[in-house]
Ligand binder design. Sequence first.
Ligand code: SF4
Length: 447
Amino acid sequence: MLKLISDYSTESELGEVAGLFFDIDKEEINIECCFGERLPYITVNGNFYPLDLSDRASDNKFSRRCKAELYRVLSAYTGKTFPWGALTGVRPTKLGYEILSNGEDIVRGLKAYGVSTKKAEVIKRVIENQKGFFPSSKKINFYIHIPFCTSRCNYCSFVSLPVGGNEKLMVDYVDHLIREIESGVELLNKENYEVDSIYIGGGTPTALTDELLDKLLNAIPYDDLEYTIEAGRPDTITAEKIDIMSRHNVTRISINPQTFSDKTLKAIGRAHTASDIIKVYELSKGKFKINMDLIAGLADETISDFEYTLHRALELRPENLTVHTLARKNGSMIKFQNAVFSSGVAEMVDMAYERLTHEGYEPYYLYRQKNMLENLENIGYTLPGSICANNVTTMEEFYSVFACGAGAISKRIYEENKIERHANVRDVKLYIDQFEERLSKKNEFFM
Ligand code: SF4
């Protein structure tokens, strides 16, 4: 563990010096960094390391180079490396695209930031699979958030309230949500946005009653678009819900096992079993393209437990499989409970990559989050011809996002890589109480 103890700044004849005292695994070390033009250097406990900071083309690039050099020096000093090297952001693919646009080799370019060859190769393959998608300031994805679930998973940090006891709130929420959707549809038409896809996420949208789900889907006027509903929990999917989604031309759903171990499902707070997943999958198969989320590192799962989950998922062969690494998110129960985590997660993630690519799946989007076990990543895989465009264009920030509902975050993508964000209030009751004033602010954001 690396912990900052104190910092200071001073001057040397080569420029301004920033000094830091860290505790690395209970050993105190002192780092001094001088990033001046003449002879940039770092000292670690007095040992001198000259730096290669020749690329000062922009502040962004320069600070990234500084970080990469700091990582290199600390790695040499401690003997430790991380799969993603000095990269800490959510979207390592963005750096891959930047390297590619400079005419450089992605793998070589990423290695300069300490990224392992294995992970750099994954980025290269993801980018190859995203061919045909480009940034556009006129295209927009329409996102709708349903903050209700049947129970709370112990790793969850999303806005999500239990269905039980909130029946009246759900009715009020859907009424307001429909008003936000209708106002958004009108605005996007007026501003000449081209809606590219619809995504209803959460929470668990299928946790709504049949009547509320039908009413909500009735308010969405777009036809012939990629239209995804994160059905998520198998315990919320019924023949009636499947019928409602089919009638409204939903094209994709997610049925998320997370694991095929009943013991783990119980331990993480999911109110369903592995056989529920199979039943619901059989009911939905052929009516929609199906994604399944799996999580590596749940509870005390071993590598062979995870291998079993992979095997069961591959038997079903959904169009998409998304392999997540467990993240200890702020606000989740596992963070709060100081839970013990399974080891060997890197091996699980590597195994998933090997097995899935061997079985004909291709990695097509990738992102990272804070506090992921072993500093890993989430990867979305697809069978040929089944890419979920929304995942690519939202994750890569190619298109704007018009996001409705409590806690939903809209994004506006401008030309020249400028991005602005607008967040709806997270609290469901406040979302309803302050609806009018907040709606006009949000609409201004898109004008
Ligand atoms: S299903 Fe998703 S949103 Fe609902 S509690 Fe679990 S992680 Fe949170």
